[in-house]
Design a binder for this molecule. Structure first.
Ligand SMILES: C[S@@+](CC[C@H](N)C(=O)[O-])C[C@H]1O[C@@H](n2cnc3c(N)ncnc32)[C@H](O)[C@@H]1O
Length: 284
């Protein structure tokens, strides 16, 4: 599963930048949509700019919530950082010193370039590693953020390693997809996205076993599902243009439509959530 995900993201780099770029803050997570509806006449550039704005609205919604209890201005680990969009956002907005971990070696120079363009190169430190074998000094981080990346991880291993890297009272802050009331959709979703989507209960168990306390969650499914309308519109328009991988784009549209149906529109199969955990202080 890990190798498939790595190869998927490595091979999709150009397509991701074409759809969600041009940078310097390139995100590949869902957007936060308040009002559904894609303008029928929108151009590719307009669709891309809107998607970037919705993705940043998701980041703003999440970080506004997290900052009410967590320190995002200290040392932060961005686990499964993609092209560093979240890392650069945290550095620019809060002065965070961010370690950005990705398992795709080809993404490291791109993150460095984007961070330099955003004038936060001294605050963003990309590192290539599988997250499960990433090592850091004990208590190094104030917070760990993971935007739509923990669905790829082994949660028990991940929380266990985080318990030594975070300082006591440090936070794990997650935005991701989780199994809904009809978990039969797991296999379909995982096969499409190379993930290992878990239930919220599974996260709670992994966190609890590693010494974390659950401190709150917000269901964001209704804001997330409509984002696929935009990616479908972008893919459909791109498919009509010269040089398009028409068959690949058609397959992507089908997968996005299927996902929309199970992300609450028709079936409670997959939910979007923010989850937050705090590392317990050692007892005296
Ligand atoms: C959906 S993307 C999200 C990227 C980024 N967090 C964002 O929101 O833009 C998932 C990311 O997780 C990374 N990833 C998946 N499995 C990983 C692993 N085992 N170790 C490190 N990174 C991993 C992928 O390379 C990819 O960058």
């Amino acid at each position: 599963m890990a190798d498939l995900a790595k190869e998927y993201y490595r091979s999709r780099t150009d397509a991701i930048i074409e759809r969600f770029g041009p940078g310097p803050r390139v995100h590949f997570h869902n957007g936060y949509i308040e009002k559904p509806g894609v303008p029928p006449e929108a151009t590719l550039d307009e669709l891309r700019d809107s998607m970037n704005a919705f993705q940043e609205k998701m980041l703003k919604f999440a970080t506004d919530h997290w900052r009410s209890f967590a320190d995002l201005s200290g040392r932060v680990l961005d686990a499964g950082c993609g092209l560093g969009g979240t890392s650069i956002w945290l550095a620019q907005n809060f002065g965070a010193d961010v370690t950005s971990v990705t398992n795709v070696a080809e993404h490291i120079p791109l993150i460095n370039t984007f961070a330099a363009q955003a004038e936060v190169a001294e605050l963003v430190h990309p590192h290539c590693s599988d997250i499960h074998t990433f090592a850091a000094d004990p208590g190094r981080y104030d917070a760990v953020v993971a935007l739509e990346a923990s669905c790829f991880f082994d949660r028990h291993r991940w929380f266990s390693m985080l318990s030594s890297m975070l300082r006591p009272g440090g936070h794990v802050l997650i935005e991701d997809v989780f199994l809904g009331a009809e978990p039969g959709w797991k296999n379909t979703f995982d096969a499409t996205h190379h993930t290992d989507v878990g239930s919220v209960e599974e996260y709670h168990q992994a966190a609890d076993a590693a010494g974390f306390r659950f401190i709150g969650g917000i269901d964001i499914s209704s804001h997330m599902a409509d984002f696929a309308d935009w990616t479908i519109a972008w893919n459909a328009l791109r498919a009509t243009q010269p040089g398009a991988d028409t068959e690949g784009l058609k397959r992507a549209i089908e997968a996005q439509r299927a996902l929309q149906r199970v992300t609450g529109r028709e079936v409670d199969g997959i939910r979007g959530q923010l989850l937050a955990y705090e590392l317990a202080a050692p007892s005296l």
